[in-house]
Design a protein. Structure first.
Length: 175
């Protein structure tokens, strides 16, 4: 992994070609000597980090793939934690009220009806996206659709975990 380190703090100077104010950063990687990188001065610090990240990616594409792999695994762990918590809550609710009792309570008053309709609209939109996305990726959406209809957000959460895993293990094709 080629870690890039800014060896000097960013300094502002005028661009010789266009006169635009730019930020000059000295970047050093394990495999290369110090490089001087000019980037346009951004209006916000977050944009500067984005531009530095893009420059880093151009200099060290393998390092960025490693970071993306770590990010994908972190995303899967986060989704799994949400899935476990929601599944436990669903199991407790079904234990407490029964599956039919849950739906009876959903139509008990206008507030719960509104929440149920909102949930139905949101899950319907997710199902449309999930079906299209699954077909594009060669994944059968049927198990996730059935889980969504039966258990709500459990289906989309499992799909997102599988999608992240499939994206993580997708082979890279180089020309």
């Amino acid at each position: 992994m080629g870690d890039s380190v800014a060896t000097t703090p960013p300094t502002l100077h005028g661009c010789n070609a266009c006169g635009q104010e730019t930020t000059r950063v000295h970047m050093q990687t394990r495999s290369e000597n110090v490089k001087e990188v000019d980037i346009a001065a951004p209006p916000f610090p977050a944009r500067a980090l984005l531009i530095l990240s893009q420059k880093h990616h151009e200099m060290n594409p393998a390092d960025c793939r490693d970071r993306k792999e770590i990010c994908m695994r972190t995303q899967q762990v986060g989704l799994a934690v949400v899935l476990a918590g929601f599944s436990a809550l669903t199991a407790y609710t079904v234990y407490q009220h029964g599956y039919i009792g849950f739906f009876q309570l959903m139509v008990a008053n206008t507030a719960t009806i509104t929440a149920g309709v909102d949930l139905t609209i949101a899950l319907g939109l997710i199902l449309l996206w999930m079906g299209k996305d699954a077909q594009e990726r060669g994944i059968s959406p049927l198990p996730y659709v059935l889980l969504t209809v039966a258990l709500g957000s459990v289906g989309p959460l499992l799909y997102l975990i599988r999608r992240a895993d499939k994206e993580h293990t997708r082979p890279t094709i180089t020309a």
